[in-house]
Write a protein that binds this ligand. Structure first.
Ligand SMILES: Cc1cc2nc3c(=O)[nH]c(=O)nc-3n(C[C@H](O)[C@H](O)[C@H](O)COP(=O)(O)O)c2cc1C
Length: 340
């Protein structure tokens, strides 16, 4: 089964193609440190057999948190705790990636902000964000660079820059939330500029042989917003800086998205085909036959299962056992799968 074949990206070799996508658990301490919850939570998914675990949205500045219980890597004291998270993932055979984020106008943190490219709130219940000055934009680029360096020191194998779901980088990319008239707004090239600067800075602090990729929302589900074609054009602009694209959608606006099994696979497929770049497919994929179809038909390179792995952390080894791939079952658990 292709789902259980190894996958190589730079110097990272995955034992299979199953990915746990980043999912905020809101269990960090108020100063951004992981807790025992994180160690158990991530260790369990690694024991369950996922090939790659992308640790949840981790803030590059305190006011860049989605909530005040998000993980953070904005200072050196936070490295040791994050290293323990990477260590428990490694100890159970998976590779560990970390998602770096700034929540922009969607931050609910009490520690300042929120900030955005333009002073447009998310909805009527949200705070009006302050428009970022160029000086602050440069400071945030530096915050991403430093956080990337700390993620490397913490032992992560890969880095995912969060440019999806209506957070800061996505807000710069979309013409619906970026109304700037300076060099960071207007044309598509200008709207991509902050992302390019962040990626360049992160690359500078991140080892060249470790993968670094991007999570994007390939559709804003609104007229004049981002769609697959516009996102392909944006990815082409920064392609030399990324090894892969994790294709999600939505989150920029309070609009209802109609979801159904595999509803975002089309974006992973389009970006892979149009930009010639590896992609991760995600979004209501819960069935191994669907995962296999996506891989076999070359629509994506890796398959992420979010809520399914929250419900069922042992999904990968249970599927492996069903297809007789007993090598994927951890030695200590094999008696539980032995035929009577
Ligand atoms: C509890 C929860 C927290 C999430 N947190 C994040 C996050 O930190 N970063 C992110 O990019 N996406 C986040 N997501 C989105 C997931 O990564 C994933 O894209 C989404 O759940 C769709 O995949 P699924 O249908 O397999 O669950 C979160 C989703 C859930 C359910």
């Amino acid at each position: 089964m292709k789902l259980f074949e190894t996958y190589q990206m730079k110097n990272m070799t995955l034992r299979n193609r199953i990915v746990m996508p980043p999912m905020c658990m809101y269990q960090a301490t108020s100063d951004g440190f992981p807790t025992l919850f994180h160690l158990c939570h991530y260790a369990t998914r690694a024991m369950g057999g996922a090939g790659l675990i992308i640790v949840e949205s981790t803030a590059v500045t305190p006011e860049g948190r989605i909530s005040d219980n998000d993980l953070g890597l904005w200072n050196d004291d936070q490295i040791a705790g994050m290293k323990r998270v990477a260590d428990v993932i490694h100890a159970n055979g998976a590779k560990a990636a970390l998602q770096l984020n700034h929540a922009g106008r969607k931050s609910r943190s009490a520690s300042g902000g929120p900030f955005a490219p333009s002073a447009i709130p998310f909805d009527e219940n949200s705070r009006v964000p302050g428009e970022l000055t160029e000086r602050r934009i440069l400071a945030l680029t530096e915050a991403f660079r430093q956080a990337a360096q700390r993620a490397d020191q913490a032992g992560f194998d890969a880095l995912e820059i969060h440019a999806a779901h209506g957070y800061l980088l996505h807000e710069f990319l979309s013409p619906l939330t970026n109304r700037r008239t300076d060099g960071y707004g207007g044309t598509l090239e200008n709207r991509v500029r902050f992302l390019r600067e962040v990626l360049t800075a992160a690359r500078g602090a991140w080892p060249a042989d470790k993968p670094l990729w991007l999570r994007v929302s390939a559709c804003d589900y609104q007229e004049c917003g981002i769609d697959g074609g516009m996102m392909s054009e944006m990815i082409r602009q920064i392609k030399p800086l990324v090894d892969c694209v994790h294709a999600s959608s939505g989150g920029l606006l309070p609009v209802k998205v109609s979801d159904y099994p595999g509803y975002q696979v089309q974006f992973a497929e389009e970006l892979r085909r149009e930009c010639g770049i590896p992609t991760i497919a995600v979004g209501l994929i819960t069935d191994e036959k669907m995962a296999e179809e996506i891989l076999e038909n070359g629509r994506a390179d890796l398959i992420a299962l979010g809520r399914e792995l929250l419900r069922n952390p042992y999904w990968p080894i249970n599927v492996a056992a069903k297809y007789g791939l007993d090598d994927f079952i951890p030695e200590s658990y094999r008696r539980a799968y032995a035929k009577p």
